[in-house]
Ligand binder design. Structure first.
Ligand code: NAD
Length: 379
């Protein structure tokens, strides 16, 4: 069984799908591991460390994938980049399938079995494989670090001989995994933190971190969570009431971090230009939803926009900005999943399509797109 690790080719992607630690694990499971030269550069993992862990370092992507049974990636690879891997090889990574159905079909047609790690069910057994959580947690942390760097004032209250510095006021919109970490990080830096979410369950979580919950808590709000624990798209009426409350709150904030997402839908627009303009010059917004259309009007992907003295940070792939930590957690998520697809006695692959983790994540099999969300998309 050969496992290949590719050097990521997407712009701004510094992460890598395996670390020397996970390579060692795969070798312990009876696999041979081939890592493309330089795959770990962005995460400061030298080729020599992969070699020391027992991997072969291949000069090119095609040499790394040649004869591979499994290819591990961070982003969806191009089917062409996988040429030479075995027919039916497993390709496991973040496949970002919505809007990219053509590329998923191409993977099916080329005979690869693609698995989307972001579809891992959020059940206890799969927590160690939850890439959305491991990466969103880091994104929430890093969003606050970026905000603090762009902010020209201090976050904590400081009582000095030269005078007292008031603490920064930070507001976090969307209190999921990223938002809760943003709240915790902003609090650790000494800011006065408040937060909002449309899910009623978030209120208690926000308050348990010592921050204030800000939301219109009407009947619709009380019902606003799917059985899976995700946000529902709210009615126009609710959005208007909430926007009014939030608008008054935002005008008093120094830092706003937005993380609001709705699965399979564009990100909700939460902050209008007018709200941005209500903030004092020097304030900072970070839009973590920029990849999915953005929560903040005027946010631009991978830019810091200065709108009348207010900075809007729109970095995509925020977790990738702390690549070494992000790769370490991501690689462990992948290893925990791959381990379930290996027969430890026979030391070969044993994928059970009936297994709920496989059924939830497998996009393509036997030349066809098989995931129910993309049913009918033949390869
Ligand atoms: P997400 O990334 O899909 O969205 C981020 C947050 O934005 C969510 O909290 C959502 O409610 C919020 N949001 C959406 N629209 C909004 C709006 N208009 N205004 C304000 N906020 C808005 O969420 P996530 O971080 O992936 O978490 C989703 C759920 O999954 C949560 O209930 C979380 O606790 C749960 N979860 C469970 C597990 C597990 O059991 N293994 C792991 C991680 C997360």
């Amino acid at each position: 069984m050969k496992i290949a690790i590719l050097r990521e080719t997407a712009a701004n992607e510094a992460r890598v799908a395996a670390t020397p630690e996970t390579v060692q694990k795969y070798i312990g499971l009876g696999a041979k591991v081939s890592v493309e030269k330089g795959a770990g550069d962005g995460s400061k993992i030298p080729d020599a460390d992969y070699k020391a862990a027992g991997a072969t370092v291949s000069a090119s992507a095609s040499a790394a994938v040649k004869g591979a049974d499994v290819v591990l990636t961070v982003r969806r690879p191009d089917a062409k980049a996988l040429a030479g891997a075995k027919k039916g090889a497993l390709v496991i990574g973040q496949m970002d399938p919505y809007g990219n159905e053509k590329d998923i079909k191409a993977l099916a047609k080329a005979g690869f079995d693609a698995f989307a790690m972001e579809f891992m069910p959020r059940i206890t057994r799969a927590q160690v494989m939850d890439v959305l959580s491991s990466q969103a947690n880091l994104a929430g942390y890093q969003a606050v670090i970026e905000a603090a760097t762009a902010f020209d004032r201090a976050f904590p209250m400081m009582m000095t001989a030269a005078g007292t510095v008031r603490p920064a006021k930070a507001f976090v919109m969307g209190a999921g995994v990223a938002g809760l970490q943003a709240i915790a990080t902003a609090k650790r830096l000494g800011a006065v933190v408040s937060a909002t979410d449309v899910r009623p369950a978030a209120k208690e979580q926000v308050e348990s971190l010592g921050s204030k919950f800000v939301a219109v808590e009407d009947e619709e709000f009380k019902q606003a969570e799917t059985a899976g624990g995700y946000a529902k798209e709210m009615s126009k009426e609710y959005q208007a009431k909430q926007a009014e409350l939030v608008a008054a709150h935002i005008a008093k904030q120094d830092v706003v971090i937005t993380t609001a997402l709705i699965p399979g839908r564009p990100a909700p627009r939460l902050i209008t230009k007018k709200m941005v303009e209500s903030m004092a010059p020097g304030s900072v917004l970070v839009d973590l939803a920029v990849e999915r259309g953005g929560n903040v009007e005027g946010a631009k992907a991978n830019e810091i926009v200065d709108h009348k003295g207010v900075k809007i940070i729109g970095f995509e792939n925020m977790a990738g900005r702390i690549a070494t930590t992000a790769s370490s957690l991501y690689a462990k998520n992948l290893a925990s999943f791959l381990e379930t697809l290996i027969d430890k006695e026979a030391k070969n692959l044993a994928v059970d399509p009936e297994d709920e983790l496989v059924a939830a994540t497998q996009l393509t099999r036997d030349g066809e797109v098989v995931h129910p969300a993309f049913a009918g998309e033949k390869g």
